[in-house]
Design a protein around this ligand. Structure first.
Ligand code: PLP
Length: 404
């Protein structure tokens, strides 16, 4: 990760190109400011890491294409931004989201790749979704009714995905009922099945049974002359754990960002990924607290001996894990320092008895620079899981870099 090799152009929505900033920023979603924030946290995304990860994931699946799951705002990292980065990749077959308005936002950003809506949609958005060629999932008898009714009104034929529940029990048509519903779709010439998918559980024995159920249905539909389009089953865990799950495409979320779905997965060595993002925040306050002073409403942290405390403008209301105060570290001027308190809007960092740090210095809370600040390292330090970025608020601005 050679920071000094970053080139740079900065473009804002107003089209301004500035060479005032040091790293190369390809784009940003800041509306008003022409500079990166200096009083708020922000997220940096690496274009090259995302493209590398997409290629690596396809390699994990023996060259199968990737349906990129960017639900939950791409786990807090910016669905539109990540979609823009990934969509030029030849390895990406489609982008999948759960919310109707996010599918439209991604399309509105100029993404022409296939976009799969894995969740339900509001009737108010239905005709726009069809116009924008969002693939709609049929996941129950009722959703078949809803999409069939829509097909009667719309000028365009509707691309649908057959979403099958093979045993996760959460979404999808119960697998026993699929033939009847697929038949009804096939008889409607305003509907065409472009994808068929299901989601696997993690226990391998049961996942294997789910694969069998899926393949039997596909066979039966084939026999009945019903085409099922692109078939996919595997989220990140199954991609790594069970090659029989790969089908015609794989469907990762977290792997795209350079994190593995479990701690210390074997395959991490065989298929290394690059962490695709950094979470940063500037120091906005620096004070020397005295022995006996405390920090936080509950007086959570007690100063044992005079020490410098930095305040960062990020807290649990921004989606920063409040567990960080139980042992997480941040990187400041190349060194790691402990997080000692997390409030709703602020986090405090202990710098020790002496410091040369200044207000305006920039902390990296998550990033690839040191094992302790990677999602995995953070997860380990706070004894939490590594889907930790999942809660970052949409309001945190994103900047896209060519590479880190
Ligand atoms: C979330 C999700 C995925 C991706 O999960 P990861 O564990 O992040 O890879 C894939 N498919 C469906 C249906 C999902 O809901």
């Amino acid at each position: 990760m050679k920071q000094n090799r970053r080139r740079f152009i900065y473009t804002s929505c107003t089209g301004l190109i500035s060479t005032l900033l040091s790293p190369k920023v390809l784009s940003t979603d800041l509306f008003h400011a022409q500079m990166r924030p200096d009083s708020k946290p922000w997220i940096e995304l690496s274009q090259s890491a995302y493209l590398y990860n997409a290629a690596q994931i396809s390699k994990m699946a023996n060259g199968k294409p990737v349906v990129a799951v960017l639900k939950n705002n791409a786990y807090g990292l910016g669905d539109v931004q990540v979609a823009k980065i990934l969509s030029p990749s030849a390895h990406i077959a489609a982008i999948a989201v759960v919310k109707d308005e996010r599918a439209l936002a991604i399309r509105a950003a100029g993404i022409s790749k296939s976009i799969l809506l894995m969740g339900d949609f509001d009737r108010a958005l239905a005709s726009t979704l069809v116009q924008q060629e969002i693939t709609l999932s049929i996941f129950s008898k009722d959703s078949l009714k809803k999409v069939s009714a829509l097909s009667q009104q719309s000028k365009k034929p509707i691309k649908v995905a057959l979403y099958i529940d093979t045993g996760l029990g959460r979404m999808g048509i119960p697998y026993q009922e699929v033939p009847k519903i697929a038949q009804a779709i096939a008889e409607n010439d305003r509907l065409s099945i472009s994808q068929t998918f299901s989601t696997l559980t993690t226990p391998q024995d049961f996942a294997k049974e789910q694969i069998q159920r899926f393949e039997q249905i596909i066979k039966a539909l084939d026999k009945a002359g019903i085409s099922t389009g692109l078939k996919h089953l595997a989220p990140s865990y199954s991609i790594l754990d069970l090659s029989a799950s790969h089908q015609e495409a794989v469907r990762p979320g977290i792997l795209l960002h350079g994190s593995f779905p479990g701690a210390k997965m074997q395959q991490a060595k065989q298929f290394p990924l690059q962490l695709s993002y950094r979470l940063k925040a500037p120091v906005i306050r620096l004070e020397r607290l005295k022995t006996g002073d405390t920090i936080g409403f509950s007086r959570f942290y007690k100063v044992e001996k005079d020490e410098w405390i930095a305040t960062l403008p990020i807290g649990w209301a921004d989606g920063y894990n409040s567990g960080a105060e139980n042992g997480a570290k941040v990187l400041l001027r190349g060194q790691l320092y402990p997080v000692v308190n997390v409030n709703a809007s602020h986090a405090n960092i202990a710098l020790g008895a002496k410091t040369t740090m200044k207000v305006g210095d920039i902390a990296t809370l998550i990033g690839p620079e040191q094992p302790e600040i990677t999602p995995e390292g953070f997860g380990e330090l706070v004894k939490g899981h590594n889907y930790l970025q999942i809660n970052y608020k949409e309001s945190i601005s994103k900047q896209i870099y060519e590479n880190f």
